[in-house]
Design a protein around this ligand. Structure first.
Ligand code: NAD
Length: 484
């Protein structure tokens, strides 16, 4: 059985306690590797390596960091196919999806921030009477980067890249549920002789290794569930650390009668079921204007029925496996609760058993539920699976209320061809990201993040670089200044 290692100070190391966690592939339900069950002591080692390397990396030129990061991005591209297969096997997602989205985004994240740092500038404020303020943006130290299992290497590199570009060193803690591509990433860093100690990867559980990362690193970037975010916020805030939290969502798709109908149906399908519905931005509450509800319902069901759940290796599989047995059971429990609350499952709602080697994998049918109230648990709590509810609405005022009566505020999509209505809706919905006539269209420069219980802070472009730097104002009094 393959034993993964931590990557500390440019070398591979076993956990000090010699304890390991079994790593399952959701595609077949089998344990196929062991990952370090690291604790505080391993994190201490990683932090001390990161602190030491910060002395040079933190003072290095932007050009130097750019060069190293570009080398890393190129090496990821060279190993892309291995990463694609590993991501799919470890997470359950279809290989075509990892090939089209996850892995290309890893090198893109790194290139994006490698080049962004070359253009990152700061302000100066000229004062009347002869003084000049200028702003320094300085790296902070050791950045703790903690990521979830749904887009494993994509989200890990989305944090590591800006942290490094800004001059910090990193201790990263990938999800214990999908550790494999982070391990391959550490091998890539090792193969290209990336400066030792600048990137360190410690595997393990959240409440041990993750907790130590939060308590001991200088700045924390976290993506994961809202409940975990709360714990991290408490721990980081009590030490007055900067933290950024990208958390859960319960995102509305709003379909008005004047929309481009085919586009709305096709996009709603994608938003509900891509990556088995395990994307924080998935549109899980679909609000449909009542005049087109029957037509939309019929078209949505017809297309959902055509989706194939199957072997993640097959190009024809629209959905692969759910990430773990426990998560599959959680999703099915939430569907049961929806039924008990009066919801009607109009399609799906069940586990699927594939044949042969995949018979023990964690597969389920895409599920659509109607007859629910917006206040029902199924519409209030994140399911994070291939489950969508469809609900009719009367008018703009009612649907804004429905969009906003949840604790989350991550994203929303509006389908409508009335420009004024679309802008009014965008301004009224509680969400950090609003799409009009599209979904998941991402520009890496935009401020990305959630409001309410969906997060604190924004990632992307200069927002990430701002986060990973300390802003310092320097005020210079100019003797006899102010006059020409
Ligand atoms: P999770 O919160 O269970 O775990 C995320 C990471 O945090 C893991 O690496 C875990 O080990 C670690 N962790 C757990 N407890 C910790 C603790 N006490 N201290 C430090 N670290 C700890 O989340 P998950 O189940 O892996 O991911 C699913 C969630 O992530 C969903 O809610 C989803 O919406 C959210 N998510 C949000 C975004 C976003 O950008 N807003 C993106 C992807 C996923």
């Amino acid at each position: 059985m393959k034993k993964l290692s931590n990557y500390i100070n440019g070398d591979f190391s076993s956990p000090i306690n010699n304890k390991y966690i079994e790593n399952y592939s959701p595609t077949n339900g089998c344990v196929y590797s062991l990952i370090p069950d690291s604790d505080e002591k391993d994190v201490d080692m990683a932090i001390s390596a990161a602190k030491k390397s910060f002395e040079s990396w933190g003072k290095s030129t932007k050009e130097y960091r750019y060069q190293w990061m570009m080398k890393l991005a190129d090496a990821i591209d060279k190993n892309a196919e291995e990463l694609v297969m590993a991501e799919s096997f470890d997470n359950g997602k279809p290989e075509w999806l990892a090939r089209a989205v996850d892995i290309p985004r890893c090198s893109a994240n790194i290139r994006f921030f490698a080049t962004a740092i070359l253009h990152f500038d700061s302000d100066s404020h000229d004062m009347d009477g002869g003084a000049l303020n200028y702003t320094l943006k300085q790296p902070i130290g050791v950045a703790g980067c903690i990521s979830p299992w749904n887009l494993p290497l994509y989200l890990l590199t989305w944090k590591i890249a800006p942290a490094l570009a800004a001059g910090n060193t990193v201790v990263a803690k990938p999800s214990e549920i999908t550790p494999y591509t982070a391990y391959l990433f550490s091998k890539i860093c090792h193969d290209i002789d990336f400066p030792p100690g600048v990137i360190n990867i410690v595997h393990g559980y959240g409440d041990t290794a993750g907790d130590a990362v939060v308590k001991k690193c200088d700045i924390i970037s976290f993506t994961g569930g809202t409940e975990t975010g709360k714990i991290i916020a408490i721990n980081a805030a009590s030490q007055f650390k900067k933290y950024s939290l990208e958390l859960g969502g319960k995102n509305p798709m709003v379909i008005f009668e004047d929309c481009d109908f085919d586009l709305a149906v096709e996009t709603a399908i994608k938003a509900a079921f891509l990556n088995q519905g395990q994307i924080c931005l998935c549109g899980s509450r679909i609000f449909i204007e009542d005049s087109i509800y029957p037509k939309f319902r019929a078209a949505f069901l017809k297309q959902t029925k055509c989706l194939r759940v199957g072997d993640p290796k097959n190009k024809s599989s629209n959905l692969g496996a759910i990430v773990s047995k426990q998560h599959l059971e959680n999703i099915l429990d939430k569907i049961n609760i929806a039924e008990k609350d009066g919801g009607k499952i109009i399609i799906g709602g069940k586990r699927v058993f594939l044949d042969g080697d995949l018979a023990d994998g964690y597969y389920m049918l895409p599920t659509v539920i109607e007859n629910t109230k917006n206040t029902d648990e199924i519409n209030q709590r994140e399911v994070f699976g291939p489950v969508a509810t469809i609900l009719p609405f009367r008018d703009e005022k009612e649907v804004v209320k429905m969009c906003n009566e949840v604790k989350y505020g991550l994203s929303a999509s509006i389908f409508c061809n009335n420009i004024s209505k679309a802008h009014r809706m965008a301004a009224s919905i509680d969400a950090g990201v609003v799409w009009i006539n599209t979904w998941l269209l991402r520009d890496l420069r935009i401020p990305f993040g959630g409001m309410k219980h969906s997060g604190v802070g924004r990632e992307g472009g200069e927002h990430s670089l701002d986060f990973f730097t300390e802003t310092k104002n320097v005020c210079v009094k100019i003797e006899n200044g102010g006059n020409k």
